[in-house]
Structures are given as C-alpha cells and as structure tokens.
Ligand binder design. Sequence first.
Ligand SMILES: C[S@@+](CC[C@H](N)C(=O)[O-])C[C@H]1O[C@@H](n2cnc3c(N)ncnc32)[C@H](O)[C@@H]1O
Length: 210
Amino acid sequence: MKRTLEEHAARFDEKAGEYDDSKSDEYHACANLVVEHASPGEDDVVLDLATGTGAIALALAPDAKRVVGRDISEGMLEEAEQKAADEGLENLSFGHGSFREPNYDGPVDVVTSNFALHHLSDEEKREAIAVIADLEPRKFVLGDVMFFGEPDPDEPFYSPDVDDPATVGVLADAFTDAGFSLTAVERVHDQVGVLVAERSSTAGDAVGEE
Ligand SMILES: C[S@@+](CC[C@H](N)C(=O)[O-])C[C@H]1O[C@@H](n2cnc3c(N)ncnc32)[C@H](O)[C@@H]1O
C-alpha cells in the first residue's frame, strides 16, 4: 500500500461531497458490470467492500435481502447513508471496515467491490482475497483498475503515487489460490475490468461426502 489506511481515509473524507460528480465512462461501465454480475437473489446477503458513497450497495439493495457496506472513510460512509435514506432503502447498513478487516462476521452470499482494491499492494490484495474467501461467499465480483496488457503509468486510470493496480494474472492467481474459480472476465479498458470469482467447493464437498 503506497499510503496508510488513515491517509487513504483522509483523502476520501476530503472528496466525499463531490465524489459522485466526477466519474468517467469507464467507471460507470465497470460499476454497471459489477451490479449485473452480482445479481443477488431475494434471500442473498451482499457485502460491498470499500463501498464509498454506496454506488454498488444502493443499486443492489432492491434485489437483495440485505446489503452491508464497509469502508475506511467516515465521510464516504456518511454520503452513502444519506443516499440510502433519501431513497427510502431500509435493508442497507454501513459501517467502518477494511478489505483485510471487514468488521463483519455474519452470513454473506455475494461480495462486491468496485474501484478500490488497487489501493492495496499485490501482497495485501492476496491477503484481502483470502479474508474474503474465509467469509465463504458464493461469489465475489471485483471491478477495478487492473492491467490487461503492459502497465502504462501515463494512462489516466490510476495515480502512481497513491494507486497500485495489479495485472489480471496476479488477481486470477490470488482468486484460485483462495479456492475461487474465475467464471467471467470483462475488459472495460486496457486498465479497467471486472472479474467474477465463484467458490469451487462443489467437487471437494462431493469427494468429502463419500
Ligand atoms: C474510488 S472509491 C470507490 C467507491 C465505490 N466502491 C464506488 O464504486 O464508487 C474507493 C473507496 O475505497 C475506500 N478504501 C480505500 N482503501 C480501503 C481499504 N483498505 N479498505 C476499505 N476501503 C478502502 C476509500 O475510502 C474509498 O471510499
């Protein structure tokens, strides 16, 4: 991580009020794909990590049983809470939590995260994916800045001083090492994509039952 959690939280506290006003087409395309792939059922609990102002959480709430949003920035969480109240959504709850310490130990069916995991180093991303796997969701849908080709620090989708995007290969390895199977890869841009990881437990369970 190129900045501490506190530094990242302070950066987002500062921009929380204007955050929703300055999003790229690629951000919107990525967020839409995360929502589409998450596709929770009416009995599903969704955990949205690094929820920010709640873009993904609010979009999923009408279809899910419950959505839990976690973030390290109180300013972003306050915006999310206000938006949920304005929309009259009551099956949402927001609170402090990070990728590696989500501060949530209830049941979870689907984990989502959009445009945030790139703040962690590759080793920290691996730790975060392992923590998420331990929550035993059916599916983890990750939208983020990620490299499909050669990393180009001059491109606009990340700031090299604060961001640390991974290659798609590094993320795919981290998912499979944590027991997920990658079931979809969506390329939005050379540096933006969505990965869908599902738990590959069925075969193991069947063997264990014999
Ligand atoms: C670019 S915003 C994305 C917010 C939201 N997911 C969206 O799609 O609009 C990144 C968010 O990640 C949060 N964040 C950064 N590092 C984090 C960490 N280690 N754990 C949890 N949240 C983190 C920031 O506070 C910020 O709200």
